[in-house]
Ligand binder design. Structure first.
Ligand code: ATP
Ligand code: MG
Length: 592
């Protein structure tokens, strides 16, 4: 079944998405919802088989968990509200009995409670279970086809251990399996340090396919010793330009409410300025906590680090962070803030009488801003800035921690001669040491060696199967179409009968195709009544690694062998062609 399109679909922004639609691999059914057509399903099954082999090899057992999940489990773990309110991504519903249910975006809750019931003793550990199935996430911005779908295929594995050392061992072996999987799929994946988030797990790494269209920003060192997702990345900040003023003074700065304008008008450097941001954090206890955040003027806020800082400070889970707007202040019955002129010492009095917010700021200052000796900052009055301020003059430093985005050009912590570089990546896998968070919350305990009850130690490990399939195309394509790595190609070879009206070609083509099948080659026969040019174009587009053209030279018993990736052609007699193909195909099947 070949149903290729000539035109580029208008809603497909990136090449891999365009090619998959044009090549008849997928069809959009709704926003972020796709049908996998037969070619795609073959690709997905090949990826699944590789994943299954490698995950099985770690000793994990395959299982299949329900996608329909009772709210109670998610309430126990404390994630129901965060996943269903506001920007929460869980599709949820109420059944005919009035019970709340969610469609699984992930399976920590289900598996933890299940394993907690099944496992009693340390003797049954370690245990790793995994599944390959569709996940549901009501993504805020579903886009790029299978890259960010609302229903997508994931391999998710969960490991259970009797202590942290065993968890670390399991985590490491999963990391090795992941490398083998991506390697066998013909993909070059970067392993980067990732945010382990508010979960408080000790380690987490992501596997990224380097690509300009990737949604993640990765920072790497040229010596390859450090690579991290920007959400997590750390660096040595560049040196600030010292501020040479003796006295503290207030200057008038009308219309200079941005760092750029303030610098342009007064000849300041952004690194001399303390930028004060006012934001609002909604926490899981239903509170809205105003935040006062300070950063150097040339730095940007890293929201992931901020969320972690708030959680470690307050012990609460953050559901949402937003910038405080004049409209919100009015709704709270508060007077307007001097936006653009706020300083680190803005008084809590400005929050007094707020209708539903906490009445004080949680003040978090970025570590690098705290090392400024003298600086410029807002004077907490419209059109005025303070020059030559010190931390003493603005009331000291409350919480000091890293909340800044590391960026390219900054020095690395492991070796200050190395400068961070930026790359973009597509996250295809994520491995995570969860620790005891879920098992504690869900009461999943085992009896340890000392005869005591202890929450299970857990790890979780995901691979975006459908995203990976599309990422492979993002990494392997040319102007003519896709170029599938052979291990995950829907077919290894395509036999094209150039002219269906030529009986000799037809006969030889069919014979050749059958011989390939008998030899174990995963082959497709293009015996459509189409012009040869159309068939070649389609074969290029759908990206089958090897093409055998049965054309004019059939009369001499010869066929043309064409390699999609190199575009090299060779005329060979049929036996030779089969032998060459078989040896090429077995050679290119990566061995681990
Ligand atoms: P992202 O940051 O891209 O939203 P995530 O960190 O939320 O992903 P995980 O919960 O770690 O995703 O899920 C495991 C894997 O599932 C990811 O590494 C990714 O490959 C894949 N994945 C996650 N969300 C989607 C999606 N909406 N569509 C397709 N694949 C996805
Ligand atoms: Mg992830």
């Amino acid at each position: 079944m070949l149903a290729t399109l000539r035109d580029t679909p208008s809603d497909a922004e990136i090449i891999s998405h365009q090619l998959l639609i044009r090549g008849g691999y997928i069809r959009r059914v709704g926003a972020g919802i796709y049908a996998y057509l037969p070619l795609m399903w073959r690709v997905l099954k090949k990826i699944n088989a590789i994943v299954k082999e490698e995950i099985d090899a770690t000793g994990a057992l395959e299982t299949l968990l329900p996608q329909l999940q009772p709210a109670e489990l998610w309430k126990k773990s404390g994630r129901w509200q965060g996943y269903t309110d506001g920007e929460g991504i869980m599709f949820h519903l109420i059944d005919r009995q009035g019970k709340e249910l969610g469609l699984g975006p992930t399976h920590e809750e289900v598996i933890t409670s299940l394993v907690g019931e099944i496992v009693n003793s340390y003797r049954q550990l370690p245990l790793t279970l995994y599944q390959i199935q569709s996940k549901f996430r009501d993504e805020i911005r579903p886009r790029f086809g299978l890259m960010r779908g609302r229903e997508f295929i994931m391999k998710d594995a969960y490991s259970f251990h009797s202590d942290e050392a065993s968890l670390q061992k399991g985590y490491a072996s999963m990391g090795v399996a992941y490398r083998k999987i991506f390697n066998r799929c013909g993909l070059e994946a970067l392993v980067v340090d990732a945010d382990s988030g508010a979960i408080g797990g000790s380690a987490s790494q992501e596997f990224m396919i380097a690509s300009e269209t990737g949604e993640d920003l990765i920072l790497t060192s040229p010596d390859n010793k450090y690579s991290a997702n920007q959400e997590k990345a750390v660096s040595v900040p560049t040196q600030e330009v010292p501020l040479a003023v003796e006295e503290t003074s207030i200057i008038r700065t009308p219309g200079q409410s941005t760092i750029d304008k303030l610098c342009a008008e007064n000849g300041f450097a952004p690194s001399q300025i303390v930028k004060s941001l006012v934001m609002l954090a909604k926490t899981d206890d239903g509170h809205s906590q105003p935040l006062l955040l300070c950063l150097r003027g040339d730095h940007e806020l890293n929201e992931v680090k901020l969320v972690n800082a708030i959680t470690s400070e307050t012990g609460k889970t953050v559901q949402e962070i937003t910038i405080i707007s004049p409209k919100q202040l009015a709704e709270q019955g508060l007077s307007p803030f001097p936006f653009g002129y706020i300083g680190p010492d803005i008084d809590d009095v400005v929050l007094k009488g707020a209708k539903s917010w906490n009445n004080n700021f949680l003040r978090i200052f970025d570590s690098s801003v705290c090392s400024l000796k003298k600086f410029i900052c807002g004077a907490n009055q419209n059109d005025k800035h303070l020059i030559g301020a010190t931390w003493e003059t603005v009331g000291g430093i409350p919480i000091k921690t890293d909340i800044r985005k590391a960026k390219s050009g900054e020095r690395c912590l492991h070796d200050p001669t190395q400068m961070l570089q930026e790359r973009r990546g597509i996250e295809v896998g994520h491995i995570f040491q969860l620790g005891q968070k879920y098992s504690e919350a869900l009461g999943a305990c085992f009896t340890n060696e000392r005869g005591l009850q202890e929450p299970l130690w857990m790890g979780c490990y995901g691979i975006g199967i459908s995203r990976l399939a599309q990422a492979a195309i993002e990494q392997h394509h040319d102007e003519a179409g896709m170029i599938w790595p052979i291990a995950i190609a829907p077919f290894e070879a395509i036999v094209v009968i150039a002219n269906m009206k030529d009986e000799q070609q037809k006969e030889l083509g069919k014979k050749f195709y059958n011989q390939l099948k008998e030899a174990g080659v995963d082959a497709l026969l293009d015996d459509r009544d189409e012009r040869a040019g159309v068939k070649f174009k389609d074969a290029d587009l759908i990206g089958i690694p090897w093409r055998v053209v049965v054309g004019r030279d059939s009369s001499e018993g010869k066929v043309e062998l064409f390699q999609r990736s190199s575009r090299k052609t060779e005329k060979l007699v049929t036996e030779e062609a089969i032998n060459t193909l078989i040896s090429e195909i077995t050679q290119t099947k990566p061995i681990d």
